[in-house]
Design a protein around this ligand. Structure first.
Ligand code: XLS
Ligand code: NI
Ligand code: NI
Length: 435
């Protein structure tokens, strides 16, 4: 069955095309800053938003028209695999991501769930072999089912911890089966509603225990994906432990997980934490822990995770600049953890939305490459911190000074001159790169 009969494989047609199903900026094979766009961007489609969202919201019923609904849950799951690979192929996207429950129905028991997963991943594997499309990452959904009401690895109920462990084991088994390049943990229920009844230390120790079990199991089965931990400060929990990049790094370091874990950063989670996305990316880079990104954007007027497709060039430019500074994002990628608005309910909107996101990232990449080529930020920062390259500054960063020697210096040099940042000028110059 063909799900998008009116759309051919989406091609690059340039800015002037009036074909809505064409790329106007993303040109997969075009070389930018030494690599093809495809290699830089490593786009992935997210199974959950694309295949399982129905358009409902807390006040409204489903709106999305989806032609893959079958007579049974398993039939729908199989149809979705067909449709998903048609979307990936038509978009020319080479990676995808999923949660276990996105691809297969949970059934009536854990054993049945595992059976369903095996059957569907057989199908997925066939499609992967036929198309060369790869698994960027998978993860276990340990937040939707009511059993996770008190958390997963952080649950007060040890039986729930055990169930989580079983889901993670299965997640790693299918990661091996499908050659997953990364494996994600996102702790939507790893947090608390009230501190009055929460043992924070035990809960965090237990989360780390599950991660260590995952590392050990990966070693045992000879499959070592890059493990990624995805911060988010709140939603669905009131407070989530992996609040932001810095908090999550403190956790990773406290439990000695630096060798195996990096961060999967999501734009809209940054805004929920009161940060810009660039802030989160920069923090991760400072720790050499930028693993992968979940690309989307929030709405400044709404305080929640709206997961909109990224269409803001300013943001994608600064994002791509950080990725270039990082020397690329591989083995991570740019996963569209984004969903179409409730009013974009037609099947073809799924393609239009991804095209919009891909074009916006392509423009961001080009602008970022130009900023790097021109040494826009490099020169700015070099000039701003020049005092550390000579004289007393050079000695400070060479760790040759102490409080006494610096006091002696300051007593002689207390007539201090600072320079203006000219920040408004900088911002207006930056705008020149965006259009
Ligand atoms: C939810 C998260 C989730 C993770 C994977 O806000 O972004 O989708 O990416 O569990
Ligand atoms: Ni995400
Ligand atoms: Ni999210």
């Amino acid at each position: 069955m063909i799900y998008f009969p009116n759309v051919e494989k989406v091609a690059f047609e340039g800015k002037r095309t009036d074909n809505p199903f064409a790329f106007r900026h993303y040109n997969a094979e075009e070389v930018v800053a030494g690599k093809t766009m495809k290699e830089h961007l490593r786009f992935a489609v997210a199974y959950w938003h694309t295949m399982t969202q129905d358009g409902s919201d807390p006040f409204g019923n489903p709106t999305n028209i989806r032609t893959w609904e079958g007579a049974s849950e398993m039939e729908t799951a199989k149809n979705r695999v067909e449709a998903f690979f048609e979307i990936l192929e038509k978009l020319g996207v080479e990676y995808f991501c999923f949660h276990d429950i996105d691809i297969a129905p949970e059934g009536d028991s854990l054993a049945e769930f595992f059976q369903n997963i095996d059957e569907i991943t057989d199908l997925i594997k066939e499609k992967m072999d036929q198309t060369g499309i790869k698994l960027l990452w998978n993860t276990a959904n340990m937040f939707s089912n009511p059993r996770y009401v008190h958390g997963a690895a952080s649950s007060s109920n040890a039986d729930v911890f055990a169930y989580s462990a079983a889901q993670v084991k299965k997640g790693l088994d299918i990661s091996k089966k499908l050659g997953g390049e990364n494996y994600v943990f996102w702790g939507g229920r790893e947090g608390y509603e009230s501190l009055l009844n929460t043992d924070m230390k035990l809960e965090q120790d237990n989360i780390a225990r599950l991660f260590k079990m995952a590392i050990a199991y990966g070693e045992k089965i000879g499959h070592k994906p890059q493990f990624l931990l995805e911060p988010k400060p709140m939603e669905p929990s009131k407070h989530q432990y992996d609040f932001d990049a810095a908090t999550t790094m403190a956790f990773i370091q406290k439990y000695g997980l630096e060798g195996d874990f990096k961060l999967n950063l999501e734009a809209n989670h940054a805004t929920l934490a009161g940060h810009t996305f660039e802030h989160e990316l920069t923090v991760a880079r400072c720790y050499d822990a930028l693993g992968s990104i979940d690309a989307n954007q929030g709405d400044v007027l709404l305080g929640w995770d709206t997961d909109e497709f990224p269409t803001n060039i300013y943001d994608t430019t600064l994002t791509m600049y950080e990725i270039l500074e990082n020397g690329g994002i591989a083995p991570g990628g740019i996963n569209f953890d984004s969903k179409v608005r409730r009013s974009s309910f037609e099947m073809e909107d799924l393609l239009l939305a991804h095209i919009a996101g891909m074009d916006t990232f392509a423009r961001g990449l080009k602008a970022a490459a130009a900023l790097k080529e021109d040494r826009f930020f490099d020169d700015l920062k070099e000039k701003r911190y020049a005092s550390y390259t000579k004289g007393i500054g050079a000695k400070i960063v060479a760790d040759e000074e102490d409080l006494e020697s610096l006091t002696a210096y300051a007593l002689e040099n207390d007539d201090i001159t600072n320079e203006s940042s000219h920040l408004e000028f900088v911002k207006s110059r930056l705008n020149d790169y965006l259009v």
